[in-house]
Ligand binder design. Structure first.
Ligand SMILES: [Zn+2]
Length: 205
């Protein structure tokens, strides 16, 4: 596989609007005013280029990722052929917002990207995908970092509904300087144990 890529700036009015709106929403969500050195969106033309950029054969569901100050998304014109997702404008908008939310997460936590359920859960919640995706009936797997796409966004949404989004930000910011077991930080912030019972009890309320 080649290691050479050609990148060109590619003004796109539709994507600019999506980007500007997403950044505004995420500034608000994360209480960050991101002005300088903002994340860049790179549109990747096809699956072959995704595989080359990631230096591995990627599954067809993978249509976006983030890397430092860049977010990469599969071109919408290749969605139907090169991904397992049907293309809709609404989902594409949320995909870009999801990847940008990862960039904000890094800023909020001082560069951390773990645990995976928190990393993905916050992006799924902040992007609005949680409202569009099917909600699980119970939480069973996300804390073990499996099935995070099904459960983690909903878990973050329930936490915020019950305790407010400020607490979630407090958790992320606290993580910046925290060392040790993440469940201790979670307990400090929420006065709750980090386990499935905690999250399942939020569903009923
Ligand atoms: Zn993600």
């Amino acid at each position: 596989m080649s290691n050479i890529f050609q990148i060109t700036i590619s003004p796109n009015e539709g994507l600019e609007i999506i980007y500007t709106q997403a950044m505004e929403d995420l500034n608000d969500f994360f209480q960050i005013k991101w002005v300088r050195n903002k994340p860049r969106v790179c549109v990747v033309p096809d699956r072959v280029t995704i595989d080359a950029l990631r230096d591995q054969e990627t599954p067809k569901w993978l249509v976006g990722w983030d890397s430092d100050n860049f977010v990469f998304v599969l071109s919408k014109s290749s969605f139907e052929t090169d991904s397992s997702h049907p293309y809709t404008d609404e989902d594409y908008k949320m995909l870009i917002k999801h990847e940008l939310a990862h960039a904000y997460f890094r800023v909020a936590t001082g560069g951390r990207t773990q645990p995976k359920w928190l990393w993905e859960g916050v992006s799924i919640f902040a992007s609005g995908q949680v409202e569009r995706w099917k909600k699980p009936e119970a939480f069973r797997t996300f804390l073990d970092n499996s099935d995070v796409y099904t459960e983690a966004g909903y878990a973050m949404s329930l936490l915020s509904t019950k305790f407010g989004k400020e607490k979630l930000l407090q958790l992320l910011k606290g993580y910046k300087t925290f060392s040790g077991d993440f469940s201790n930080l979670f307990r400090d912030v929420y006065q709750l144990e980090l386990n499935y019972d905690t999250f399942n009890s939020l569903i009923q309320k």
